[in-house]
Design a protein around this ligand. Structure first.
Ligand code: CU
Length: 292
């Protein structure tokens, strides 16, 4: 029995991809879908690739460059409060540069290196995009426009940019700095990592007692309400046949007047009962006093 269990666990461990570390994969057998969109079935994707069309305003390719960008959790360690990062947060190139980016994902999850704000006549959605799921490498090429501009570079997987996977790419002198680039520009919302410990809120005992008391009261009133409701329902069920018999053959006006009469009779009876009770108690008191 024990052996069987061991074999079952072992086979689960081996077969389950969650436990197995994915092997590093070079995504170089991509299918070309046109418009600079290439992808494979293993989580590799290139969007907005442009190897040969000169952007308007560029006379020629000014320079041909290659960079390797790493993406991963380990690059976030030097930036407090972040979870993911690229190994480099800022890039700078001359206008009309032809750039090939080798994007390496060092994590066991999906990451992207995505540029925004490129001219849409040349780059669909104004985007250049490299993506790798799991550890691996993918390469893509683009040609920059001639104007000085700062481009946002980020990973678009949910919360990856917010958690640090963000950078900026300047062409020429750029057009200013982007906010919240880890280690580079000020955060829009600054986290506080000073040693000050927030004051602890102590709930006084009296408050606690009050709370329990209030809870008990509300509990009691709740049960009282439901009790009244039950009495009402029972009375209704019991009285319904009697009332039906009483009101048989009557017109609506007659029924209403009969009900009013019954209510007034009931109130009169109640008043009589209460006054009788008061009389009884006060009388008893007088007698007791007389006995003493
Ligand atoms: Cu990512």
């Amino acid at each position: 029995m024990r052996h069987l269990l061991f074999i079952a666990l072992l086979s689960l461990f081996i077969s389950n991809p969650v436990f197995a570390k994915k092997e590093f994969m070079v995504h170089n057998r991509l299918m070309d879908h046109g418009d600079g969109h290439l992808m494979d079935m293993d989580g590799g994707m290139v969007m907005g690739q442009n190897k040969d069309t000169l952007p308007g305003g560029c006379d020629k390719i000014a320079a041909t460059k290659e960079i390797t960008v790493h993406a991963g959790h380990k690059y976030a360690k030097k930036f407090p409060g972040t979870m993911f990062a690229f190994d480099t947060q800022e890039y700078q190139f001359e206008p009309c540069t032809k750039l090939t980016v080798h994007f390496v994902n060092d994590d066991n999850i999906r990451h992207q290196w995505m540029m925004h704000g490129l001219p849409k006549y040349l780059y669909p959605k104004g985007m250049f995009h490299l993506e790798v799921t799991g550890p691996g490498k993918i390469s893509g090429t683009l040609i920059f426009p001639p104007n000085d501009k700062t481009y946002l570079v980020h990973c678009d997987i949910s919360q990856h940019m917010e958690k640090g996977m963000k950078g900026q790419l300047k062409i020429g002198d750029g057009s200013g700095d982007l906010p919240s680039i880890p280690g580079l520009t000020a955060y829009v919302v600054q986290d506080d990592y000073s040693n000050s410990v927030p004051e602890q809120v102590v709930i006084p005992a009296t408050k606690k007692e009050k709370a329990t008391k209030a809870a008990k009261v509300s509990e009691a009133s709740n049960s009282g309400l439901s009790g009244v409701m039950i009495i009402g329902i029972v009375a209704g069920v019991l009285l319904a046949p009697l009332l039906i018999r009483r009101f048989k053959g009557m017109s609506t006006g007659e029924i209403i007047s009969a009900i009013i009469e019954m209510i007034s009779q009931g109130i009169a009876m109640l008043i009589k009962l209460i006054s009788a009770l008061i009389e009884k108690f006060t009388a008893k008191k007088v007698i007791e006093l007389a006995d003493k």
